[in-house]
Design a protein around this ligand. Sequence first.
Ligand code: PMP
Length: 353
Amino acid sequence: MSIEDLARKNVRELTPYQSARRLGGKGDVWLNANEYPTAVPFDLTQQSLNRYPECQPKAVIENYAQYAGVKPEQVLVSRGADEGIELLIRAFCEPGQDAVLFCPPTYGMYSVSAETIGVAWRTVPALEDWQLDLQGIADQLDGVKIVYVCSPNNPTGQIINPQDIRTLLEMTRGNAIVVADEAYIEFCPQASLVSWLAEYPHLVVLRTLSKAFALAGLRCGFTLANEDVIALLMKVIAPYPLSTPVADIAAQALSPLGIVAMRERVAKILVERQYLVAALRDIPCVEAVCDSETNYILARIATSSAVFKSLWDQGIILRDQNKQPSLSGCLRITIGTREESQRVIDALRAESV
Ligand code: PMP
């Protein structure tokens, strides 16, 4: 038997997540991973690494609980929100039996994590306005243990109707977990569903330090849920999911000063978003720019594949969304610095002539 044949069938057949970093490129304008464009300072206060770290570092958990307005017992910290997505499947889904459900176009890791674990995934495409097809979901819920709803949604940038999520929570009560992926919630904090945890034992909220906190390289994310859910996730998490330096820096980022700095970054991004959207709407090859509540925008562009390639060759790396259902011709552009936005604007203007 070849090594390939020794692997699990679902792993042999798996297409790994095409992360922005894996896709490569030789850019000097990186607008394909929804990162914050500039680095934030930090100090390492813990200089010794001979001891294992705490599994759930107290300072990180307490600071996040305070920031999110929940109890420390309702917080789990992990290696990015991506690990949270996977832990939920490992805790709730029986491989070969249960399924997860999500509504494309949306984030790509829900299917990849399910597939890795050998759990089936089902999709109910979003409606024309990219809101939830509640009837379609109701028809598909048999055997579903987790429904992932990304709000604000990546890559469309809009908030999913809270009223629809409430209907979904009523529909799934006692049968499935509803995961609200709030990776981008700092850009529209009023839309968070965290306050609903008191009403819904099966609601889970995912968060991250990768976006507004400008720490994508840190790999630190959070799962907020009621204590029973957190207790189950604690059974399947790695013994030491965060390294000592990660916990050290995360606790600083979540200090009162860290939160103030984060809010200033968000305000800056919102100004830059307005600038980029207004400029794009004035460029002939840009057919449509979606309203966004996040640090990225989705735009429909004439001959988008050629434009994507041309900008790529100029070192401007965007994210091609062409293959997602209902997103043909769409590119996703992260809001960067003014200079980076200007490079995109100038390049797209040049494509239009
Ligand atoms: N959810 C969504 C919607 C995302 O866009 C991302 C980041 N690409 C994640 C989760 C994962 O975030 P993290 O960097 O914390 O793993």
